[in-house]
Design a protein around this ligand. Structure first.
Ligand code: ZN
Length: 399
């Protein structure tokens, strides 16, 4: 991890004013597909904020090819609200788009383009309001938090959130602007992904007594994961706010072996589980690790001493735990007028904010139904409602 501070101008700055729609067009034009760098977009945002006298704090990935950006407006100190969004988008390859996905296009009351709803629309609105926020005399800070690699499993945000926790005054509330049609998403499942690397011993397939088959033992690990999945499906705990209402497991990838007549020495398995908020993920992880270290690996080593199963973490997205009546929920109710809360079928960085003591809610314009789709769009009406939502937030922060 590395940090850098842009040198913001401290004098009263007169940066450019960019209308929401124009800002969205500019953000869409950066191809920030998760596999690519997001630095061109981050540079653009940093320069724009700097022109308005706002410093950006960047937290890079290991290769310095991607960065999170965190910037604070209004009075310094703790409290206030973080507006959080991801800068990356999912690929367009293989999708039948009617026009260039990276050029904003209006048609039939909709703004089309990759990322319009998921979730550059929310970011564009927040950024375009910056000059007004600066002029509003905020009494409570508003922070802008932009992350990378969200679409790969919220991989970027944890570095920024760790940096905030270690080095900065803590905001009170995080609003994650994923598309909920401005409904109050106060809970989602977590997602914990792992790779298993099973090592046996190779040899001629006719002499199985001299080798140890990694595929066969990976299959036993998968069987154990399946038995856990079945137990959660039958016995719960259950949460009717989700579909399905229980913790799920999935083995998503397997690879191993070299040929039909060779005992497989290696086998790799990628798996994940998605706990409802009532399930402690650490307990699940410990259960799997105990099975591996106390049952499977000893059984393998009885036959060949070098046998092993390594389990490594691929992604960690903690659940968003509902906290009825919490400051985040109360503020979002005040800003939207909505009474009901909803459970979300997707993970976000909201649980990561919650984990360091920042109250979090997911609420943003547009619909998740259009996310990841060809001809992704945000309705003009949703875009306008999102702007009104952020203007009410600005008024609240200035009051
Ligand atoms: Zn998203």
């Amino acid at each position: 991890m590395s940090l850098a501070n842009a040198t913001g101008k401290t004098a009263v700055a007169k940066g450019p004013r960019i209308a929401p729609r124009e800002m969205l067009a500019r953000l869409i034009a950066f191809d920030t597909t998760s596999a690519k760098s997001n630095l061109a977009l981050i540079d653009f945002v940093r320069d724009y904020l700097s022109a308005h006298g706002i410093e950006s704090r960047l937290v890079f990935d290991d290769h310095r090819s991607k960065a999170n950006l965190y910037a604070s407006l209004g009075p310094g100190g703790a409290g206030g609200v973080v507006l959080s969004g991801h800068t990356d988008v999912v690929p367009v390859a293989g999708q039948p788009w009617s026009s260039d996905p990276f050029i904003l296009r209006e048609a039939n009351g909709r703004l089309h383009g990759r990322g319009t709803c998921d979730m550059k629309g929310f970011i564009a609105l927040a950024l375009s309001l910056v000059p007004e926020m600066q002029a509003a005399g905020l009494k409570r800070p508003i922070h802008i938090a932009l992350s990378y690699d969200e679409e790969l499993g919220c991989l970027g945000a944890p570095r920024m959130i760790a940096d905030i926790k270690a080095n900065l005054p803590l905001p009170e509330i995080a609003i994650v602007g994923e598309p909920t049609r401005l409904k109050l998403g106060n809970r989602h499942k977590g997602c914990y992904g792992f790779d298993l690397e099973v090592t046996g011993r190779d040899g001629h397939s006719s002499a199985t007594h001299r080798g140890l088959n990694a595929i066969a033992h990976a299959a036993q690990a998968i069987g154990f994961l399946d038995s856990l999945a079945e137990r959660f499906r039958r016995e719960g705990p259950f949460d009717p706010g989700f579909d399905p209402p229980y913790t799920t497991f999935n083995v998503g990838e397997i690879s191993g072996g070299t040929a039909g007549n060779i005992i497989a020495r290696q086998c790799k398995v990628a798996w994940e589980f998605r706990p409802i908020p009532a399930v402690d993920p650490e307990t699940v992880i410990a259960t799997v690790k105990r099975y591996l270290s106390e049952e499977l690996v000893p059984r393998m080593r009885e036959r060949v001493p070098e046998a092993d199963v390594a389990m490594t973490e691929a992604c960690v997205v903690p659940p968003l735990v509902p906290r009825p009546g919490s400051p985040a929920e109360a503020l979002a109710r005040h800003l939207t007028g909505a009474n009901d809360t909803i459970g979300l079928a997707f993970g976000t960085e909201a649980g990561q904010f919650q984990d360091i003591g920042i109250d979090a809610i997911v609420c943003g314009p547009g619909s998740i139904e259009q996310a990841h789709q060809p001809d992704e769009f945000i309705e003009l009406s949703q875009f306008a409602e999102g702007e009104a939502f952020l203007r009410r937030l600005m008024a609240w922060a200035a009051s």
